[in-house]
Design a protein around this ligand. Sequence first.
Ligand SMILES: Cc1cc2nc3c(=O)[nH]c(=O)nc-3n(C[C@H](O)[C@H](O)[C@H](O)COP(=O)(O)O)c2cc1C
Length: 80
Amino acid sequence: MEMFSPMRNLLLNLKEKNYQNRKVGIIENGTWAPNSAKCMKEILSTMKDVQIVEPIVTIRSTLKNTDIEKLNELAEEILK
Ligand SMILES: Cc1cc2nc3c(=O)[nH]c(=O)nc-3n(C[C@H](O)[C@H](O)[C@H](O)COP(=O)(O)O)c2cc1C
């Protein structure tokens, strides 16, 4: 139910460097109860002008074709 610590460290380092004014996509991977997107969002939402782009993509263990569609959708939204 937590975030893998290297990802937490990365996000906290970015926050310390005043990371701002960006579009961010969130992709999480989990098996039974993925929660890392929520954890990542909590830190990202404290950064100035960081826009979290939808859809947030949840992969359950292995990449499925439906996930690829979502990833393409996310990529398109980031490019807008
Ligand atoms: C220590 C540990 C904790 C995990 N906790 C969760 C969890 O809270 N929720 C969840 O959905 N999956 C959990 N998982 C499963 C991982 O998300 C799963 O390993 C991953 O989706 C598959 O990627 P991998 O093959 O790189 O491990 C956990 C796995 C490990 C090793």
